[in-house]
Design a protein around this ligand. Structure first.
Ligand SMILES: Cc1ncc(COP(=O)(O)O)c(C=O)c1O
Length: 382
């Protein structure tokens, strides 16, 4: 099979699963227990934290483990709202965020917070002037994603950071779930960012594990209270096998980052160059450095996204409608809608999302199948 749905999730690597199994077998004590058995689990927990911190060039105390991207996003937004509501009730985000951000913002709105959603241009990018205009004396947080999960647009994070340097009290959050390992680490860790969300299953770690970066001195209230793990900030017995496995997956990801990106760019290029010649095809993810290397979103206008996905599936090629979250709801992509793409085009969109395991031969095979399917679809569209 050809798996081109890596933005939905990735396959856990065998060596990462080996770590998961070894830790489950040999370090299954509770890191909070006082005895030696608990102590060795605690040491491994802290080693994993230190390894992740070193890989990202931050301090171990700035890494806090979560259950994944959704929790990280919810935590930073709601934790900021709880921590800083006395100073202000205004939060800024973009119109193209993942539902983990969007729906959290909507909940905060219901509680009396005021949210500004920055519009995007035809490429899905926010404007820095809009950001500057939106900032108010009562703004407590700005949350901007690194890479859009539906179209692959990279947001101008360095410029956002430059603006926010003049507002040192505002929390600056980046959802980097789709941005890790994609060559933009210096844009994410830009010297101004306060919080960053990561999710393990997007880089070949198991499901249900992730972490946030929380800059030293920046405070958010805990969402999960209880036994006081993670320095009282995120209670719950730590998922040590998944944490150790994630640390390994992150090392592997960053070790081969440059070659993976080059490979993904080539595959994206081979497919884009091929499909752009077809009349009914509209490509949203351009082949340049304003877009991530691993996401290619396009429409065959006149054919519904679900139809395209299932047609490729018949050939053992797995792609998705624009996001895994929206795919079963048959909704037009919220990102494309925000980019002012007409509804009939947005509902025809699909996403090819690549990973380092994909090959150029798979791209060629995709193109062959595309030709065959396009000829069949043409009977419908013409
Ligand atoms: C940009 C973005 N943020 C957050 C999430 C949620 O992450 P998780 O699936 O780990 O909860 C995703 C998942 O697709 C995502 O793409």
């Amino acid at each position: 099979m050809i798996y081109f749905d890596n933005s939905a999730t990735t396959q856990a690597l065998p060596e990462v699963l080996d770590t998961y199994r070894t830790v489950s077998d040999q370090f299954w004590g509770n890191p909070s227990s006082l005895h030696n058995f608990g102590e060795s689990a605690w040491h491994l927990l802290e080693q994993s934290r230190a390894q992740i911190a070193k890989l990202l060039g931050v301090m171990p105390s700035e890494i806090l483990f979560t259950s994944g991207g959704t929790e990280g996003d919810n935590w930073v937004l709601k934790g900021t709202a709880m921590e800083k509501h006395a100073f202000g009730k205004h939060l800024i985000t973009t119109a193209v965020e993942h539902p983990a951000i969007r729906n959290s913002m909507e909940q905060l709105e219901q509680l009396g917070f005021d949210i500004t959603y920055l519009p995007v241009d035809e490429h899905g990018q926010i404007s820095i002037d809009d950001l500057k205009a939106a900032i108010r004396p009562d703004t407590i947080l700005v949350s901007v994603m690194a890479v859009n999960n539906e179209v692959g647009t990279i947001q101008p994070l360095t410029k956002v950071a430059d603006v926010l340097r003049d507002y040192p009290k505002i929390h600056f959050h980046i959802d980097a779930v789709q941005g890790i390992g994609k060559g933009i680490q210096s844009m994410i860790f830009n010297g101004r960012v306060d919080f960053v969300t990561f999710s393990g299953h997007k880089f070949h770690a198991p499901r249900g594990i992730g972490f946030i970066y929380a800059k030293q001195g920046r405070k958010i209230a805990p969402l999960l209270t209880g036994g006081g793990q993670e320095r009282n900030l995120r209670s719950g017995t730590e998922n040590l096998p998944a944490i150790a496995a994630m640390a390994k997956a992150l090392r592997i990801l960053l070790d081969k980052e440059a070659t993976s990106i080059a490979n993904e760019q080539k595959i994206k290029h081979i497919i884009s160059e091929h499909i752009k010649n077809f009349n009914h095809v509209t490509i949203f993810s351009e082949d340049n450095d304003q877009f991530a290397p691993h996401i290619l979103c396009f429409a065959i206008v006149g054919v519904r996204g679900e139809t395209i996905v299932h047609a490729f599936e018949q050939h053992d090629i797995y792609i998705s409608t624009t996001s895994a979250c929206s795919s079963k709801k048959h909704l037009a992509s919220s990102t494309l809608t925000a980019m002012n793409v007409p509804e009939n085009v947005a509902t025809s969109a699909v996403r090819v999302s690549l990973g380092d395991q994909n090959t150029l031969e798979e791209a060629q095979r995709f193109n062959q199948v595309f030709d065959q399917l396009y000829a069949e679809f043409k009977k419908i569209t013409d």
